[in-house]
Design a protein around this ligand. Structure first.
Ligand code: IMP
Ligand code: MG
Length: 183
């Protein structure tokens, strides 16, 4: 059957094979760094679901997982500067080693807000693992500790990332044709 979402893409940026290699590499690094720690993976919904699911299967140290939902973008492609908590963590994280799992680090405003908020809960540590990093667009003073890969300043979709809640189910990352979001 044909996939009509493919017509909206300019090109494929990161293939399924590349994604698997990224998840394996980061899983290995994280497993080494968190040996003997109290790791809790905090997935930021909804964009990071696919990455979280892939990454965690390559983490070989004990960990628990939790989810947070925040909104910063509304349905558009530019940041609004407003971060709203739509779903908080299920459990306290005091004394635990938090690893935030994100889909993409763009302006950094969402994550800098989230880090400040989680810091107030007395975790043993907080680090960031992002699948994609768009360093050119950074305005907040924040850096990821683990980066899947850098991407240029283009709007990307797929592998969890959306435009107006669409394209999350593509198994790879593609660049959206500008005419799709300029409509
Ligand atoms: P930041 O606060 O600007 O870093 O925003 C990060 C969030 O913006 C990500 O979690 C995504 O949901 C969204 N975002 C930023 N760039 C893109 C993109 O190219 N495609 C899809 N979503 C994006
Ligand atoms: Mg997101």
């Amino acid at each position: 059957m044909e996939n009509s979402m493919l017509n909206d893409l300019e090109k494929v940026l990161i293939s399924e094979e590349e994604i698997t290699a990224i998840a394996k590499r980061l899983g290995k690094e994280i497993s080494r760094d968190y040996c003997g720690k109290k790791l809790v993976l905090v997935s930021v919904l909804k964009g990071s679901v696919m990455f979280m699911a892939d990454l965690m299967r390559y983490i070989t140290v004990p960990c628990r997982i939790d989810f947070m939902a925040v909104s910063s973008y509304g349905s558009g492609v530019k940041t609004s500067g407003v971060v709203k908590i739509n779903k908080d963590l299920d459990r306290p994280v005091a004394g635990e080693d938090i690893l935030i799992v994100e889909d993409i680090l763009d302006s950094g405003m969402t994550l800098s807000y989230l880090c400040e908020l989680l810091q107030q809960r007395d975790p043993a540590s907080i680090r960031i693992c992002t699948f994609l990093d768009k360093p050119e667009r950074r305005t907040a003073n924040i850096k990821a500790d683990y980066v899947g890969t850098m991407v240029p300043d283009e709007f990307v979709v797929g592998y969890g990332l959306d435009y107006d809640e669409k394209y999350r189910n593509l198994p790879f990352v593609g660049v959206l044709k500008p005419e799709v979001y300029n409509k």
